[in-house]
Structure formats: C-alpha cells, structure tokens
Ligand binder design. Structure first.
Ligand code: SF4
Ligand code: SF4
Length: 437
C-alpha cells in the first residue's frame, strides 16, 4: 500500500471549527495532515415533508415523488422560459424543503402543456399531479379569485363567460347559411355531423367570426351538420384540469345526455379541449359516453379532395402555425392543420423553431385561460407574448391557430408586444373561408 510521508504542520489552522491530526491512520490508510481535517459536525436540517407526503398521497399525485432532479424538464417548461422560475424539478425541490404547494403560487402556473412529461425519464406526470393538487386546494377554499369566478359562471350558466345559454346559438344568425339547430327541429331527423361549437366560438367577439366561417365552409362542402344550440354546455376539460372534477362531471353528463338524443355519424369539435374531453374523458364517466369525434382540422383534412377545388382565391401571405398542446402533444395530431394550410393557394408556410411535439404553449391550458392576470404577477411575460415574438422572428405575417382560446390570447399579445400591424392572428377556418368564393 502506498504510504505518504507528511511533515508536521508549520502553523496551527486559523479556523478553529476544525481540527487536524498530525498523524492519522484510518482503515489502514494514512490520512495525516491536511487530508484528515475534521470539521464540526454539519448541521442537518430536518425539513417538513407534510406537504410532499400529502401530494404524493393523492390519487394522481403519486409521481411527484419519483423526481430524481435530473433537470431534463427545466428547459422544456414554457412557464420557466417566460421567467416563472418553474417546472417539476423546482416544484419537487420546494416540496422537499417544506413548501406548502397547496397555498403557493406554484399550484396555479402550470398550463398542463405536457412538455415536461415528454422529456422526463421518471414519468413525473404534471397532467395528473396538478388537477389532483388543485382539487384538494379548491376543497380547502384556496383558489385565485379569477378561477373562482369562472367556476361560478360554469355552475350557474354552463359556460365560463357567464352568458345566458339562450344566447349560445345567436352567432348563427350572421353566418349567412342555413344551420340546423337540432333541439328546435320537431322531427328528430338524423344528421351527418353534430358540430360541438364550444364557448369561445359561440360567445366571444372574435370567436364568432370563426364559427361563422366554419358554418360557411361546411355549407360549401355540402356537409349535413347540426348544432345543439342552447342545449350545449362547456366541454368541462379546463374545469377538470383547474381542480373542479365535480363541475366537469356535471357538464359532461349534460352534454352526453344531449348527444344521446340524436342520430349522427360523428361529432366534430371546434376546439382541442373539447376534443380531448369527448375523446378521452367522457368515456371514463359512469354510464359511458363514447362517441366518434374529430377536431375540425381532422374532419376537413380527410376531405382535401373535395375542399381543394373550393379554395379558388389566393392567400399570398407568409403564415406560421401554432400547435395547440391539447391537439398536438396530448393527442398526437400535428399533420391535419398543416395539410389544410398547405392546400391554401399561394400561401408561404413557415414553421416556428418550437413546433409539433416541441411546440410552445399559449398559456391558456389547464385553467390558464382565466389566470392571465395571475400569471403576469409571477412571470416576466405571458406565454402568449413569448410565442408572438417567435412568430414575428420567423417573419410571419399571419399566425394561424385552430383553438378557440388562441385568437383572443394572441391578438392581445400582439398588442402588448408592440407588434400591432405586423402580425395578424387567424383561425385556420377563417383562412379557408377567405379563400372560397
Ligand atoms: S425530468 Fe423528471 S425526474 Fe428529471 S428533474 Fe424533471 S421531473 Fe424530475
Ligand atoms: S406541464 Fe408544461 S407548464 Fe406544467 S410544469 Fe410541465 S412543462 Fe411546465
């Protein structure tokens, strides 16, 4: 065994918190001199793990405990990118050091975009963790005011805007084409497509433009379609993700009961959250609720042969596309929206740097749609602002979207980032409508 000779120390150490033996042999190894500095016993801090245990004990919250701090998720989290000091790794570390997530801002910033789960080797699943933790916080009455108001509106009116259900089909008056409002028909005749319109298409000032465009495109394609009118309720997906599973069940049961009244070939939805809810969540309900459902880009994308001859007017602009998290990452659909845009005459399509599976989040998912003010308090910028800057950076004149939340979100972000006049935000269905005579 190698032996190292050491000489006596020339002067005593100034720091008296450690001692140093001139001669020390440990397990047969001579660690004399500076190799054997013995510091004062380190202070071990016992953190309170009550909140971590509470979270991992919730159904859906278990995987929070699997994090091994590898940091793969750090660059993936859009909230962190927008200056939120966020992501599963940081949340786990805070929980490990005693933070009560149930009364902490961390609980409400996640948009459930799923980008962290895509890269996490331990499958720490924020899509399950966040709704579980939020539901527990909501039960304790711990909830941001904006969300409370939204939940209240859904409970009273069946939509997050707090609008009367009777006003839901009003947009249809301006479409300029006949629309079957199924509950108003005396004869319950079968319909090819039951179109689930959604809240933002039905009520929002800009959303109704897209709803009208959709009605016209269906009409020109010769699709036999009908809507539920005043009998439609919000799809419930955002309420479920924001921590109100009971409210989700209420509206889901209502919508399922309406679907069951009619004979149709399939449901076509305007929004990715409605698609996610009807495709993945309604079938889990007691009593079942499985219906054939497509997002409108999928429905139209499968009919390109009939659609293309109708697209006669050119749209000679540079266009980029924002993948909605709940159509793309959550449900694997990246091609259908692009196939529609590529069918547009004279379009110049360009991808953003973050696209498809690596697409950036608009900030509206998981209840974020109603937490913009809250997010602005805790982040350097809104996610929608970060995204708009990227669209401008790739030279786009038009940011195309296919989620009813996004037109208003991105239009606001265009203004707040001083890009007014540089970037137009359009739903893909509006572009198709503009290209038709
Ligand atoms: S990628 Fe997964 S395991 Fe790694 S730090 Fe993030 S949450 Fe933890
Ligand atoms: S789901 Fe998205 S927003 Fe939430 S922690 Fe993961 S990457 Fe961040």
């Amino acid at each position: 065994m190698t032996r190292y000779k050491t000489t006596a120390l020339k002067e005593p150490a100034k720091d008296e918190s450690f001692v140093e033996q001139e001669q020390a042999v440990i397990e047969g190894i001579d660690v004399s001199g500076q190799w054997n500095r013995m510091y004062e016993p380190r202070e071990i801090t016992d953190y309170d793990l009550t909140h971590l245990d509470k979270l991992t004990g919730l159904p859906g919250g278990e995987s929070m405990g699997w994090c091994y701090q590898c940091a793969q998720c750090v660059p993936a989290c859009p909230v962190d990118t927008a200056g939120g000091d966020y992501g599963p790794r940081k949340i786990y570390r805070r929980l490990q050091t005693g933070t009560d997530i149930f009364s902490h801002r961390d609980l409400w910033l996640c948009t459930t975009c799923m980008n962290c789960l895509r890269v996490c080797p331990k499958e720490v699943d924020m899509i399950q963790i966040m709704p579980a933790a939020r539901a527990a916080a909501v039960l304790e009455g711990n909830i941001p005011d904006e969300l409370q108001e939204m939940f209240q509106n859904v409970a009273e009116y069946g939509n997050p805007m707090g609008q009367s259900p009777r006003k839901r089909p009003r947009w249809a008056k301006k479409a300029g084409v006949p629309i079957r409002v199924l509950p108003k028909e005396k004869e319950k005749a079968p319909v090819e497509v039951l179109w689930f319109v959604g809240d933002y298409y039905a009520y929002h000032d800009r959303g109704v433009d897209a709803a009208n465009a959709m009605a016209r495109v269906f009409n020109r394609l010769g699709v036999d379609f009908g809507i539920l009118g005043a009998d439609e309720r919000t799809d419930g997906d955002s309420q479920r993700l924001a921590g109100e599973p009971g409210l989700f069940e209420e509206v889901a049961e209502h919508n399922i009961a309406q679907f069951e009244k009619y004979e149709f070939d399939q449901i076509v939805v305007s929004g990715p959250h409605a698609y996610n809810a009807i495709k993945n969540e309604y079938p889990k309900m007691n009593g079942g609720g499985s219906f054939p459902v497509e997002h409108y880009t999928q429905y139209l994308g499968a009919r390109l042969d009939e659609l293309k001859p109708l697209l006669t007017k050119p749209f000679a602009k540079r266009v980029t596309f924002h993948d909605p998290c709940y159509l793309g990452r959550h449900n694997g659909e990246y091609d259908a929206p692009r196939s529609l845009l590529q069918a547009v005459p004279e379009i110049r399509f360009t991808e953003m740097f973050r696209c498809k599976a690596q697409g950036y989040c608009c900030g509206g998912g998981g209840g974020g749609m109603w937490l913009d003010g809250y997010a602005a308090l805790h982040q350097a910028e809104r996610l929608s602002e970060n995204r708009v800057k990227e669209a401008v950076e790739v030279g786009a004149e038009v940011l195309a979207v296919c989620c009813p939340y996004e037109v208003s979100r991105f239009e606001d972000a265009v203004k707040s980032t001083d890009n007014d006049g540089k970037l137009e935000v359009l739903d893909i269905i509006e572009i198709l409508d503009q290209c038709m005579e």
